[in-house]
Design a protein around this ligand. Sequence first.
Ligand SMILES: [Fe+2]
Length: 238
Amino acid sequence: MNRPILNQFPFGLSRREFLGASSGAACLLATGTFAAAQGGASPIEQPPLPFAENALEPVISARTLSFHYGKHHKAYVDNLNKAIAGTEFAGMSLEKIISATAGKADKAAIFNNAAQTWNHTFYWQSLSPKGGGDAPAALKKKIEAAFGGMDACKKELASAAVTQFGSGWAWLVLDGDKVKVVKTGNAENPMTQGLKPLLTIDVWEHAYYLDYQNRRPDYVVAVLDKLVNWQFAAANLG
Ligand SMILES: [Fe+2]
């Protein structure tokens, strides 16, 4: 059955494709969900984790992943499907829902759950049991041009993640042809600002509190040293 599922990898969108999503089919074509969207109001699905729940230990415990993926992420997906049932958004791709509701106060509940659904799937892909280390050559070249080196890039990502006040996300994004670091609050996603996400770090407390309590900096540094998936970020360059 064709469904607008997330694991059809909706992460290769260009700025033009995403910003055009609310008015055209380019986004749907780009994400491989065009046929699915034509098929009617199928629910948004939560794709499986790309690794075992204990695969990120000791940096992120199986217990954290069990709650984070199994409760928090799942709740965003479930709440989104409830919120869009019977509305104009039922059957739309996730990216199109995000694009169509961003910045609209009366659609905040749908936007928040849609963006959190997307952000979490992107976050799982941004992590790898074999992460850390060096970025692939094409990305490394852009990182060196923008930051001076991998360590400086990681330092800037860590700073964004640690200084995000309250809940939110730190991102490596593509702004035109240049990579840069941004942070967003709550469910916000850089796509709505015309930026292309390359990787993200979840800094909501539920991402680290069971393992690190209030020590967000320790979680962030460990993720950047051991888990960050530079291959995924490089693939998102397009
Ligand atoms: Fe989260």
